[in-house]
Design a binder for this molecule. Structure first.
Ligand code: FES
Length: 86
């Protein structure tokens, strides 16, 4: 479905970019959605929000911190192998 008539941007295009980790502003810059009459902005933002909440992606910034739950951290899966302990 076309969301932005002015720039001919579909919901699928917006969703694909959002799932790739792009913010609304980045998608707006990339696709031009909501840059003319603005009637599509609410709908486009809604699609981005839906995709971000249902498909979270890890931040790609260097400051990103990954927190591992204690149950996983203390499990045997994280125990060093005999070859790497040496
Ligand atoms: S419909 Fe998207 S800017 Fe006009």
């Amino acid at each position: 479905m076309i969301v932005c008539v002015c720039r001919r941007v579909s919901d699928r295009e917006i969703a694909r970019h959002a799932r790739a980790g792009m913010s609304f502003d980045e998608i707006q810059f990339e696709l031009g959605v909501a840059t003319q009459c603005g009637n599509c902005e609410t709908c486009a933002r809604g699609i981005v929000e839906q995709c971000c909440s249902s498909h979270p992606v890890a931040a790609l910034h260097s400051e990103a911190v990954v927190q591992v739950s204690p149950a996983i951290r203390d499990s045997r899966a994280w125990a060093p192998s005999p070859s790497s302990a040496a």
